[in-house]
Structures are given as C-alpha cells and as structure tokens.
Design a protein around this ligand. Structure first.
Ligand code: TYM
Length: 326
C-alpha cells in the first residue's frame, strides 16, 4: 500500500482541468492506497483573498472532493491550516532551499512578473508544497502537468536533506495522466485552463450550468482546416477538445478521430457538450447534498485529527534529525 498526498487551492470554482488532471486520479487511487487529500488554504493566501469568501471556498472544495467520489472512509480529507505541521516543516525546508532554485520556478515568474512588490509567500510557495508532501511521507503525488517543476523541487529538497542529515524523508514521485494532464483554455488553446483567467468562456467549471457548458464548448477556438485530427503544434484547439473528449469518454484519441472522420467540428463539439454535461450532472447533484451537511464538517474535523497524528510523528523525526528542541 502506497501513501498518496495531493492538494487543491480553494480559489474559486474548480474547472474540468482540475478534475481531469488531478481529482479523477484522487478517486482512482483511494481504492488501494492510503490517501491524504488536502484543501491547501495557506497556499491560497500567497495572493490576496477575501476572508469570508475564502472560508466558503474551502468548504466548496472539500464538498467537491466528496462529490467527485472521494470517500471519507477510504481517504483522509482535511484543511491544511488545521494541521500546524505544514507551517512548521515549511520553515525547516525554507532553511534548506536555495533562492536560485526558487527564482527559476515558472509559476513564480508568471505570477510575480518581476515586481518588487511580489509577496515573499509567492516566492516560497513551492517550499510549502514540498512541506505538504514530505510531512506525510508520500510516495506518490497525483497532479496535473503544471506541477511537475514543484514536484522536482520537492524531490531535490528531500534528497538534499537525506544526504545531509541521514534518512529523513521519503522521496516522492509525481503521477500524471495521459489524457487530462494539461487541459488548455477553450478561448486560447496555447494557455492552460485556469481558475483565474478573466474570460469565463475560457473554462468549464465543475458547477457550471449546461447552457454555460454548451456556450463555452461551441465557441471554443479551433482552426479553419475542418479536419478532426490530433496535432498539438498546428491544431491546438481541436487537439484540446479531443483530449477532453478522450478523458471524459475513456476512448483513445485515435478512436475518436476515426469516429469523426469526414465530419465537421460542429458535430464533435455538440457531442462533447453532451458528454461533459453527463459527466458533471451527478457531481453537481452530490455537491448540493454535501455542501451544507454536517457530514462535511465532521469529515474535515476527523480528517484533520488523522492527518495531525501522522504529521506529529514526522515532525518528531525531523526535529530529532535537525537537533531542534530538547
Ligand atoms: P491548483 O489548485 O492550481 O490545481 C489543483 C490540481 O489541478 C491541476 N490542474 C490542471 N490539470 C490539468 N489541466 C489544467 N489546466 C489544470 N489546472 C490545474 C493541478 O496540476 C493540480 O494537481 N500547487 C498546487 C496545490 C498544492 C499541491 C500540494 C498539490 C499545494 N500543495 C501538494 C500536490 C501536492 C496548485 O496550485 O494546484
């Protein structure tokens, strides 16, 4: 049995990129592994948040975890700030991370845009992510492709500390899916689908109404060739739609290409609307049932207690290796 850890930031409504790249893996992995799935609220305050909205988003994400199929009897679901070990280990790792390696992180470069006023938390963000993972001795971290660089940094930190202080951390591995690891924006298939892009039509939220899903897919940017063929370089729009189709339907891209041979983009899009709505409707129904329930708060409190017990053990080991405390 492997130990699994992953997290999602409570910033806005999750989109199908989050689902197809990450959450879907969470559900599959819970059957045969020991899983810890976290709502990483401390990561989200690296950019300004409205406190009331943040609390509400934390519960939204936790409810979505359960709505997509995470079972609190199988997986530990909890909120990061409820387990103090994350912040504690974060500091110890910070003292072992190099400013050079942090300044090479593409997400930091994109988000800070070289501004003097970029929060230091944004710079140190990947260290907190490494702390999340290493705190639970995770073997595997299911994520989308955009987190690859952060996982590499986590591994580097674990190896560096193991070499210096003796065996302290499990060196984790990222787990990426073939279809869904990088879902692109519908309006600009050269950029990844993101929660924060200003254009609502660039993404499909897990809680979006069928009419919005239809609009976004029917308007998705394609090309003028009119042939349904996977070719990321020359046909990024159609390739993205094929990818989403494949991830939701379980069919390979080749099968879908064959199925639509000789047909126009309109029929592919129309069917994709149906497949997407069918996949999201049951999630939305479960979300409604769970969001205001006692089960949700009980799950998070029980999850935090379970996570804290594991975190405390790791912290005792880490402090002993570093000579901290008595
Ligand atoms: P976040 O909240 O941005 O995204 C959550 C998960 O969704 C994946 N994802 C995507 N996958 C495919 N296509 C996309 N367009 C797309 N957009 C997002 C992300 O890769 C992620 O798996 N730093 C993390 C949160 C985090 C974390 C951790 C993850 C904090 N600590 C420890 C794993 C382990 C993040 O910002 O994810």
């Amino acid at each position: 049995m492997k130990r699994i850890f992953s997290g999602v930031q409570p910033t806005g409504n999750l989109h199908i990129g989050n689902y197809l790249g990450a959450l879907r893996q969470f559900v599959d992995l819970q059957e045969e592994n020991e899983c810890f799935y976290c709502v990483v609220d401390m990561h989200s305050i690296t950019v300004p948040q409205d406190p009331k909205l943040l609390r509400s988003h934390i519960l939204d994400i936790a409810a979505l975890y359960m709505a997509v199929g995470l079972d609190p009897k199988k997986a530990t679901i909890f909120v990061q700030s409820q387990v103090s070990g994350h912040a504690e280990l974060n500091w110890i790792l910070t003292c072992n991370a190099y400013t050079g390696e942090l300044s090479r992180m593409t997400q930091f470069k994109q988000k800070s845009q070289n501004k003097e006023s970029a929060p230091a938390g944004l710079f140190c963000y990947p260290i907190l992510m490494a702390a999340d993972i290493l705190l639970y001795d995770a073997d595997i971290v299911p994520v989308g492709n955009d987190q690859k660089q952060h996982i590499e940094l986590t591994r580097d930190l674990a190896i560096r500390i193991n070499n210096k202080y003796g065996d302290t951390f499990v060196v984790p591995e990222g787990r990426f899916l073939k279809a869904g690891a990088r879902v692109m924006a519908l309006d600009d298939p050269t950029a990844k689908m993101s929660k924060s892009a200003p254009n609502e039509m660039s993404r499909i939220g897990l809680l979006d109404e069928p009419s919005k899903i239809k609009k976004a897919i029917m308007r998705a940017t394609t090309d003028s060739e009119g042939v349904i063929r996977f070719d990321i370089e020359n046909k990024p729009g159609i390739s993205n739609l094929l990818n989403i189709y494949s991830a939701f339907s379980g069919k390979s891209v080749e099968e879908i290409e064959a199925q639509y041979e000789g047909q126009g983009y309109g029929s592919l899009k129309k069917d994709l609307v149906e497949i997407t709505v069918d996949a999201l409707t049951p999630i939305q129904q479960r979300f409604k049932e769970i969001r205001g329930s006692q089960l949700l708060t009980d799950t998070l409190n029980e999850g935090a207690a379970r996570a804290d017990a594991v975190a405390k053990k790791t912290m005792a080991r880490v402090k002993e290796r570093f000579g901290l405390g008595l």
